[in-house]
Design a protein around this ligand. Structure first.
Ligand code: NAD
Length: 362
């Protein structure tokens, strides 16, 4: 085994069906009594559920300071400013966010800027809840910062809240999680420990997502396995540096306003096909082993998975124009992340073109 460094992120995790009911006790444990609850407009009912649980709690004097339900994709700076002002005015001593990565991002921003603790209740598979990373969009430009203070203190994974995630979004959000783990396996900063998380997370998601999309979106064991896998993949994202795939998706999301999870889903097989030859053989074999139907080839395994999930395969289906391919290649190759294989502009252009056209990765 070669030498490595490992930095674990100290999250407290409460996992299981019905665990949202443990929120009042968790806040009381931290001597917090008046959280602001954050959600998107679409998930106001989830925020109200949290408020009602707090109001009926027997675990100490906990009551919501208010609900802020204007979270939006890519954490726009003007929303953050408004939310921080709302939080301060309400006298909140903590923030509880309930939703996907967009809501978690706003919760992180409020917590970081106001210095109040953050409890996250994730309802997608994005993984932001276990990373110390915060994205922000201002004047059309997306930037990210990393700081240990951004990492939420407690995560409550309650599978019941994922049941309403539509099968299509479950599929793409799950593949978004798989992307974190795939890039971990060839990351410069990975370790045997992080690789364990990655393989276990990919396997849990690759086996459960097809059940959610094709058999029964309310299958409790499948939903539980998917959430477990998403947590492990999120830990990977928060622990090691990402590479080409995340750089491509960052460029496409930030500069072309492409949808987050869907873009990850289209790009991942192409990014893996680009990097697979630079992967250590043992990890390549373990990745293939985690993907049913791979026949020992992880790129084939991903192609099989995406076919089973029935997801869209072309960036053009999400509004990217053919004439954008050049500029996307330019942005993705300027100031590139570290990557196991050299990032060459013409080859990346061809990768993006294939992903744009919806051609199968190879
Ligand atoms: P999202 O949070 O934007 O959610 C998409 C939509 O689904 C929203 O309308 C949301 O309210 C709804 N939704 C979420 N859960 C639901 C449920 N259980 N039932 C019904 N509807 C539900 O999507 P996402 O993919 O989770 O997050 C994407 C954002 O997260 C991007 O901005 C991305 O940059 C960020 N992100 C950040 C990190 C990080 O570490 N900082 C990691 C991953 C993603």
């Amino acid at each position: 085994m070669s030498s490595f460094e490992y930095n674990g992120n100290p999250s407290r995790v409460i996992f299981g069906s019905g665990s949202i009911q443990k929120l009042p006790a968790e806040l009381a444990r931290q001597k917090l009594s008046s959280p602001i609850i954050v959600s998107t407009p679409e998930q106001t009912s989830h925020a109200e559920l949290v408020r009602d649980i707090l109001s009926k709690a027997k675990d100490g004097p906990v009551a919501a300071a208010g609900i802020y339900s204007k979270a939006a994709m890519h954490t726009p700076a003007h929303v953050t400013e408004d939310a921080v002002a709302f939080s301060k005015k309400s006298g909140a001593d903590s923030v509880v966010s309930i939703g996907g990565g967009s809501t978690t991002g706003l919760g992180k921003a409020i917590s970081f800027l106001s210095g109040i603790p953050h409890v996250v209740i994730p309802t997608t598979y994005a993984g932001s809840e276990v990373t110390p990373v915060l994205g922000e969009t201002k004047d059309g430009k997306k930037t990210t910062k990393s700081d240990p203070k951004i990492l939420p203190g407690t995560v409550i994974y309650d599978v019941d809240l994922t049941m309403s995630l539509p099968p299509g979004l479950s599929a793409t959000s799950g593949v978004n999680a798989i992307a974190h783990a795939v890039e971990t396996l060839y990351s410069r900063t990975t370790s045997p420990i992080t690789n364990l998380f990655a393989i276990e997370g990919i396997s849990a998601l690759a086996n459960s997502l097809p059940i959610i999309t094709s058999t029964d979106a309310s299958d409790v064991p499948a939903r539980t396995a998917a959430q477990y896998g998403a947590w492990l993949c999120g830990v990977c994202l928060g622990t090691v540096g990402m590479a080409l795939h995340h750089k491509l998706c960052h460029a496409l999301g930030g500069s072309f306003n492409m949808p987050h999870a869907e873009t990850h889903t289209v790009v991942l097989p192409h990014a893996l096909a680009y990097n697979v030859a630079a992967m250590p053989d043992d990890l390549k074999a373990r990745l293939a082993g985690a993907l049913p139907g791979s026949d020992g080839d992880p790129v084939k395994g991903l192609n099989v998975l995406l076919t089973r999930l029935g997801v869209k395969r072309g960036l053009k289906e999400f509004g990217l124009r053919e004439e954008d391919v050049d500029r996307a290649a330019e942005i993705a190759t300027s100031n590139p992340y570290w990557n196991p294989r050299p990032v060459e502009r013409e080859k990346i252009r061809e990768l993006i073109r294939r992903a744009w056209a919806g051609e199968e990765a190879r």
